[in-house]
Design a protein around this ligand. Structure first.
Ligand SMILES: *[C@@H]1O[C@H](CO)[C@@H](O)[C@H](O)[C@H]1NC(C)=O
Ligand SMILES: [Ca+2]
Length: 222
């Protein structure tokens, strides 16, 4: 009975946004289950910016940020390809790949991905360095309900995970905006400790999230 009450309390607490400043998520084990779900009230996106920091020693392909809707499992996905130095952004199930990226193992990286439905152009920023701007998908908005998962790659909203596509390592400072933030703001995000406008779709300083399986919230290590 006490256990049930505790579980009920935890469920209620999970819905209260938390300031994760100086914290990180640790994904310590390769599974097809462990993940973090991030909740937003936004249901329609005509543009996207996602910024996050990650640390891993994976050389295989893996998911860095997976956003699914009932229409598209990969409505907005940041994906490390198997090939060295290749990162892709999927929008509305369309993929565009950025090559020659200095995505090294065993170091923290700042990664930002942007997309705008009017031009259809996506861009990747790695440690403050911008990629070539490339067309991926235009003319339609991402329309919700939106399911955002860290640690696993979705083949359907909130599911269809597989261990070989999972993320292992640490992740922090996740922000998401419903517009393309300026290059100057992306630089500010990359420098750390410099002020920037926090995300209006997801903010690390007010994150509504739910952990499933072995994922830890720990103090950041630099
Ligand atoms: C996309 O969303 C914006 C509002 O966010 C809206 O004004 C626009 O009409 C939408 N475009 C389409 C193609 O639905
Ligand atoms: Ca998959």
């Amino acid at each position: 009975m006490a256990m049930l009450f505790l579980l009920a309390m935890l469920t209620v607490c999970a819905a209260i946004p938390r300031d994760l400043n100086t914290k990180m998520f640790t994904f310590p084990q390769e599974t097809s289950t462990a993940h973090v779900q991030l909740t937003t009230s936004h249901k329609q996106l005509k543009a996207v910016t996602v910024c996050l920091r990650s640390f891993t020693d994976l050389s295989r392909s893996h998911s860095l940020f997976s956003l699914a809707t009932p229409s598209f499992a990969n409505d907005f996905l940041i994906w490390k390809e198997t090939e060295e130095g290749q990162l892709s952004i999927y929008v509305r199930n369309q993929r565009v790949t950025f090559i020659g990226q200095n995505y090294k193992v065993n170091t923290w990286h700042s990664i930002c991905a942007t997309w705008d439905s009017a031009s259809g152009v996506a861009q990747l920023w790695l440690d403050g360095m911008f990629s070539s701007r490339k067309f991926v998908s235009s003319g339609s908005n991402i329309t919700g309900p939106i399911t955002i998962i860290l640690g696993q790659e979705q083949d359907s909203p909130g599911g269809g995970f597989s261990a070989p596509q999972s993320f292992l390592g640490m992740m922090a400072d996740i922000h998401m905006w419903d517009y393309v933030i300026s290059p100057a703001e992306i630089q500010n995000y990359g420098y750390r400790y410099v002020h920037f406008q926090t995300g209006n779709v997801l903010s690390w300083n007010m994150l509504d999230f739910q952990v499933t399986g072995r994922v830890l919230v720990e103090d950041q290590q630099d």
